[in-house]
Design a protein. Structure first.
Lengths: 244, 325
């Protein structure tokens, strides 16, 4: 556990040494800020209460769907490329501690980023009477957190497979795209077959329940198992590196 | 401390090392010598638990490198050949990170000690990307020493250092080697000669020689080939030498140096000296040719493990070591 925390701490702080994290941060808040301003203006002109889900939709797509693969692509590819992976793999730490530590550090970085976006709902809450639906807000943020957790784990897993960051990025985007589009066959199917494909989709659980303010156990199980599965595969990938 | 038994590693169809057997004791600096691609790094990577062997057993401190990998890694301090470091970290933070992974108690005090040992106290707050190659090497060494390992494994530790730093690092390794086990890979022969208690010469994945550097040298040096110099008329002197029983292959080179060979097991030097002095020559030099470690190395790594061959093919010592470093 201590090793996981040591690696996570280092991973977290490494984002602040890297320009890419600042670029992603600026883009996220710039885009959200622009949409927020437009929405507020439009709400004032058209006399409606601005909705927080409108803004969170922007946060999820494209921001999270692009930012997570971009920021996770280097987690292990860089270690592999520069040779520091050899230091970690010859230090007295277990392979799963390395993978979980990498995931945790990156996940905490995203949580910090997401926590900052709480600013917008606070402003809206202040502007509208009688304030926004807090439970819906919590469900939304819980959904986003779970989604980011799974996406980060996938990104870390993919980065363990490659030495080249661009290859890792493309592979990671590809996997996310497949997990998104996997629900497509559901519209041509019926009954449990359709449910099955819908269940596999990484976006379905968020849009289907958390976004509407429902804290859905099925969704929680899906994202948590997706995270665990990806971390498990990442650990196996590091283990297999020793045998190659 | 280190025991290696029939160690073999294949990369696909390519055999990197084959049936290596050696040991290293506590308080010993063992040099691992060989040309690039001989299998030094592969062996080291197996010993540090980075990758498993295809066959054979490797133990460090009694722990098996595969079955008890974590215990092995706790005992070993290691610098890979490329000295990988986190460029974006400060020297101090990097040492702290690695120290935390090794669960070092009183880590800040220990880092101060190590920084002093590697002479980097004043650069502890520098970013690693901004320090020189020599300093990087020292930071790598500091990282390897941090947890006071029983076994220190260094892959080409003096590459890229300037002569002063090389001496410092070598002295440091020597002092560490008094109490601990040091396995040092190098292709710089004088380095092995200076700091190693014992050297293993490895070529194409096989051990071709193993001994103390001085023993290796004396074992392979002999009085077979002798250099002779007289004050004048070397050709006349050569003719006299040629007639002495037991002497073969007398040559005179352009500089007036006479070289001759003795028949095996027969030292003719005293006879040669007496005859020449009696004939009125002023004898300036009469020395057996020294086989340098370089000669042994070149010979062994070029042609394989037949040691007897070397005795026939000695040449004067050359000094190629520092220029390679």
């Amino acid at each position: 556990m201590r090793n996981i925390w040591t690696i996570a701490k280092k991973e977290y702080s490494s984002f602040f040494y890297s320009p890419i994290a600042y670029v992603v941060g600026v883009v996220v808040f710039l885009v959200m800020g622009i949409f927020f301003t437009f929405d507020l203006n439009s709400a004032i002109l058209n006399q409606y209460a601005p909705k927080i889900t409108y803004l969170l939709d922007i946060l999820i797509f494209p921001l999270i769907f692009l930012a997570v693969p971009i920021l996770t692509m280097k987690t292990l590819t860089d270690e592999n490329r520069t040779g520091t992976l050899e230091l970690l793999l010859t230090a007295p730490i277990r392979d799963h501690e390395l993978i979980i530590g990498k995931w945790l550090g990156t996940f905490l970085f995203f949580l910090s980023l997401i926590a900052l976006t709480w600013f917008y709902p606070l402003v809206i809450n202040f502007l509208v009477e009688p304030g926004i639906d807090q439970s819906k807000l919590v469900a939304n943020y819980l959904g986003i957190t779970l989604l980011v957790s799974a996406l980060t784990a996938i990104g870390v897993y993919v980065s363990s497979l490659f030495k080249n960051t661009i290859a890792a990025l493309i592979a990671s985007l590809g996997i996310v795209l497949v997990l998104w589009l996997v629900s497509a066959p559901a519209q041509f199917l019926q009954g449990s077959a359709a449910d099955f494909f819908r269940y596999l989709s990484i976006t379905e659980h968020y849009y289907g329940s958390f976004r509407a303010g429902i804290i859905d156990l099925q969704g929680i199980v899906y994202y948590v198992s997706m995270t665990i599965l990806a971390l498990f595969l990442g650990t196996r990938s590091i283990e297999s590196r020793r045998w190659r | 401390m280190i025991t290696v038994h029939n160690l073999t590693k294949d990369y696909g169809l390519n055999r990197a090392i084959e049936n290596l057997n050696f040991t290293a004791e506590k308080g010993e600096v063992l040099g691992f010598l060989g040309p690039n691609g001989a299998g030094k790094t592969t062996t080291i990577r197996i010993l540090t638990g980075y990758m498993p062997p295809t066959a054979g057993i490797a133990k460090v401190g009694g722990f098996d490198v595969i079955e008890e990998s974590l215990d092995v890694r706790k005992l070993v301090g290691y610098i890979p050949e490329t000295v990988p470091l986190y460029e974006d970290m400060r020297v101090y933070d990097y040492l702290k990170f690695m120290g935390e992974l090794h669960r070092i108690e009183n880590i800040d005090d220990r880092i101060e000690e190590v920084l002093e040992q590697i002479g980097m106290e004043d650069r502890s707050q520098s970013f690693i990307k901004n320090i020189s190659k020599g300093m990087r090497q020292r930071v790598g060494l500091g990282q390897a020493l941090l947890h006071e390992p029983e076994v220190l494994i260094l892959d080409e530790p003096t590459i890229g250092l300037d002569p002063k730093q090389i001496i410092e690092v070598r002295n440091l390794i020597k002092s560490i080697g008094k109490e601990r086990t040091v396995l040092l890979s190098t292709h710089i022969l004088s380095e092995a000669q200076q700091i190693c208690d014992r050297v293993i010469i490895i070529n194409q994945g096989k051990i071709v020689a193993e001994d103390a550097p001085d023993n290796l040298q004396s074992r392979l040096s002999s009085v077979r080939k002798v250099n002779l110099r007289v004050a004048k008329e070397p050709k006349k002197a050569a003719a006299i030498v040629r007639d002495i029983a037991g002497v073969v292959a007398v040559q005179v080179n352009d500089g007036g140096l006479i070289q001759f060979e003795n028949i095996v097991e027969q030292d003719t030097r005293s006879v040669v000296a007496k005859k020449l002095v009696e004939s009125g020559f002023d004898l300036l030099e009469l020395t057996p040719e020294v086989v340098s470690l370089e000669d042994i190395f070149l010979k062994l790594t070029r042609e394989g493990p037949d040691l007897s061959e070397i005795e026939h093919n000695t040449s004067s010592p050359r000094n190629i070591d520092e220029s390679e470093g």
